[in-house]
Design a protein around this ligand. Structure first.
Ligand SMILES: NC(=O)c1ccc[n+]([C@@H]2O[C@H](COP(=O)([O-])OP(=O)(O)OC[C@H]3O[C@@H](n4cnc5c(N)ncnc54)[C@H](OP(=O)(O)O)[C@@H]3O)[C@@H](O)[C@H]2O)c1
Length: 211
């Protein structure tokens, strides 16, 4: 069974997964790097990084993943659809190494990058996008890569089997929140949490049998 999974999805105490305004100079707006400082400190992110609890969670990001789905605002800053040369933030060899489906109302032709990443652009419902990504994943799992709008839509549609969420002890006050409209989500998931010495809290949401 190919699962739909979310990993390393980082939110502030007040539920924001990005700040504002998003731009070429500031992809996370006023949040800067603060949502992911915990991850940048791990060996998963770079040689010499920590090897403890945060790293153990971070590394699960890529295990058994055969495709990713992301939103248009993760792929580029506002207006990237008007730039025919925009290929994402990540340079010639993006860190996905699988087919990667970008949800956008303004799709373009697919782009094959180095290292196994091919970006495909889809204007489709979450369920249709997941079916397409599953087919491309060759029996492996599909990662829902964010941002918060896409994560919220997939959760609302009941399309997420497992979510690793990282609560970071900062307050953003504004940006894009993930929880709006997801009342009682906890009833369909088994939820566990563990505090890390780094100060973040890792939460895992595993869909209950039959939900
Ligand atoms: N905290 C984290 O762990 C984390 C993880 C990933 C990303 N991020 C950050 O989150 C921010 C982006 O999040 P976001 O919530 O603003 O946007 P997003 O979820 O990346 O993308 C939303 C956009 O994708 C397009 N889209 C979504 N569903 C669609 C569908 N079914 N069909 C067609 N198009 C669809 C629409 O754009 P168009 O109408 O323009 O096509 C929509 O406005 C960035 O700052 C990124 O860096 C944070």
């Amino acid at each position: 069974m190919s699962l739909s999974r979310i990993h390393n999805f980082s939110i502030s105490l007040d539920g924001f997964a990005t700040g504002e305004p998003q731009s070429l100079e500031a992809p996370f707006g006023h949040a800067g790097h603060r949502l992911h400082d915990w991850m940048f400190a791990t060996r998963f992110w770079g040689a010499g990084g920590s090897e403890g609890l945060d790293n153990a969670f971070a590394e699960r990001h890529s295990h058994s993943i055969g495709a990713e789905i992301m939103g248009a605002n993760k792929f580029g800053p506002p207006g990237w659809q008007d730039d025919p040369d925009w290929t994402g933030w990540w340079g010639p060899n993006p860190p996905f190494h699988t087919p990667t489906f970008v949800l956008t109302h303004r799709p373009r032709s697919s782009m094959e990058m180095e290292g196994g990443t091919t970006f495909h652009f889809l204007d489709a419902t979450p369920a249709e996008a997941l079916a397409t990504a599953r087919e491309a994943a060759g029996g492996q799992d599909v990662r829902i890569g964010g941002g918060p709008t896409v994560v919220r839509d997939f959760l609302a549609a009941g399309l997420v089997d497992h979510m690793h969420l990282v609560q970071v002890p900062i307050l953003l006050g504004r940006g894009v929140r993930v929880w709006d409209g997801l009342d009682s989500l906890e009833q369909t998931y088994d939820i566990e949490s563990v505090s890390s010495p780094s100060g973040v809290t890792h939460l895992t949401f595993t869909r209950k049998l039959g939900s």
